[in-house]
Design a protein around this ligand. Structure first.
Ligand SMILES: Nc1ncnc2c1ncn2[C@@H]1O[C@H](COP(=O)(O)OP(=O)(O)OP(=O)(O)O)[C@@H](O)[C@H]1O
Length: 294
């Protein structure tokens, strides 16, 4: 196997390159500091902030990838660039060989805050996404897709409810159904279970595993939970602390699929991987705290 690029401890092999779907090259993001009129009014200045620096990464088709790292290191910044919601200051993201410069129907996004339209019912929220992305598809077909996705996420019976009538877990089921309804090639999830209680979170993790087994879409998920990442992922990207955060290491998760919590937790590799992730997060978070004190 030939290595054609090596950066950020990441060696990309030619075998992987054949199956690469998402490709990041030298991606950096700098948020500009406050200046100009704001500076004149407040007397305060701040310099530019390098959130992420020189990230190189290849993600293969149909893999489930998690991103983990200390708080504020730049996980959402990275995901938003892949989503096309934010522009890289340097470098680029390619999906199937095309440069990403805006959001597209090939990417479905699930947010921690659900981002549902509060005045719309469950089915209207999902239909809105379908109509927007596929305006030329017949209404019958649009309705069929909405019904199918409602069934897939276990919301049958709640079609006419509005978000305020739903629990957090049910709202996120709508968020997942909406993202899948546009039939994206790639599912991007920014801490999708972050706002949920532990029990609901556990149920939804299992739902995502079940849905992923059925659909096998490429998925990129940000999470703060080591157990969640290990249950769902094929690869776990461990980011360093910011500023100028990068990729420290990528873990391969060897557990067979389909997965369930018990078999995953009893796998001989589980404890070692968990320990490695805990050590990484402890080390990076401690470095953040030390930098804050200095
Ligand atoms: N629009 C912005 N302007 C200036 N700085 C920003 C902006 N957005 C993010 N940042 C900074 O960039 C860094 C990375 O933020 P980001 O939200 O990507 O981190 P994160 O790893 O997703 O955080 P968390 O784990 O807390 O969700 C942070 O220091 C944040 O304050």
């Amino acid at each position: 196997m030939n290595t054609y690029l090596s950066s950020n401890n990441l060696a990309v092999t030619k075998d992987n390159a054949l199956n690469t779907q998402i490709s990041l090259r030298h991606v950096s993001k700098v948020f500009p500091g406050r200046s100009g009129w704001f500076n004149k009014i407040t007397g305060q200045t701040s310099s530019d902030f390098i959130a992420i620096a020189d990230i190189n990464l290849d993600i293969e088709h149909n893999t489930f990838v998690s991103i983990i790292g200390p708080s504020g290191c730049g996980k959402s910044t990275l995901l938003n660039i892949i989503a096309g919601l934010s522009e890289a200051t340097n470098g680029n993201v390619m999906i199937n060989g095309q440069i990403v410069n805006k959001p597209g129907p090939d990417r479905g996004m699930v947010f921690q805050s659900y981002a549902l339209m509060p005045w719309m019912t469950v089915e209207e929220n999902i239909m809105f996404a379908v109509e927007t992305v596929y305006p030329n598809v017949s209404v019958t077909q649009q309705k069929r897709v909405v019904k199918e996705k409602i069934q897939l996420v276990g919301l049958t019976g709640a079609e006419k409810k509005r978000p305020h009538e739903l629990s957090g877990g049910m709202r996120q089921r709508v968020g997942i159904a909406r993202a899948l309804a546009i039939n994206p090639e790639i599912l991007l999830m920014d801490e999708p279970f972050g706002a949920l209680d532990a029990l609901t979170r556990g149920f939804l993790q299992e739902e995502i595993e079940r849905i992923w087994e059925q659909q096998r879409k490429t998925a990129i998920m940000i999470t703060h939970s080591i157990e969640e990442a290990l249950l769902l992922s094929d690869r776990i990207i461990m980011m360093t602390k910011g500023p100028a955060a990068g990729i420290d290491e990528i873990l391969e998760v060897p557990f067979p699929r389909p997965r369930d919590r018990t078999t995953v937790e009893n796998h001989p590799a589980y404890l070692k991987l968990k320990q490695e992730m805990e050590d990484h997060l402890y080390r990076e978070t401690r470095a953040v705290e030390e930098a804050r004190i200095k």
